[in-house]
Design a binder for this molecule. Structure first.
Ligand SMILES: *[C@@H]1O[C@H](CO)[C@@H](O)[C@H](O)[C@H]1NC(C)=O
Length: 154
């Protein structure tokens, strides 16, 4: 009986580890505060990232939207007042995570380098040297255990 309980617990633990996926990370290296929301089928709470602040979320699928957009502005409540926003978006599929970077309503980080850097060195970075979309930017993808980090003002 005791052994059975233990074996079941061990099995559960193994399953949890095996299905673990990586994280989306945003590091604010800018000398100013930014505001961030994780948006899927609904909008998550506002995160205030001071200079040096870090935001992390485990990759997940949204039951309605599928993909997630981490929306970042330099203006408080920026996604509710039409301020320029940078969207760090990802979609977790059965085996991979797809990620990209885009701007809407302007370029909040114009003049500041943005880098999306997967922890798995086999996967490709996205680099915006001057904070605006370089021509020909593509969606990248990586295995689902890799973290993918966006550095603001890299
Ligand atoms: C992650 O990818 C592996 C295959 O590389 C897959 O077996 C596993 O189910 C995936 N995990 C999730 C949570 O999607």
């Amino acid at each position: 009986m005791h052994f059975k309980t233990f074996a079941l617990a061990a099995l559960t633990a193994t399953t949890a580890v095996a299905s673990q996926v990586g994280n989306a990370i945003v590091e604010n290296h800018c000398p100013f505060t930014v505001y961030l929301w994780s948006v899927g089928g609904s909008t998550g709470p506002k995160q205030v990232l001071k200079s040096g602040g870090v935001y992390t979320e485990r990759f997940h699928r949204d039951p309605k939207s599928g993909g997630i957009a981490i929306k970042i502005t330099k203006v408080d409540d920026g996604i509710f007042n039409g301020s320029p926003q940078t969207n760090f978006a990802y979609t977790l599929t059965d085996t991979r995570v797809f990620y990209d970077l885009s701007d809407v309503y302007g370029n909040p980080f114009s003049g500041h380098k943005l880098v999306v850097d997967p922890s798995d060195p086999n996967c490709q970075e996205i680099v915006w040297p001057s904070g605006i979309t370089p021509a020909g930017t593509l969606t990248r993808d990586c295995q689902n255990k890799s973290d993918v980090k966006l550095t603001l003002c890299a």
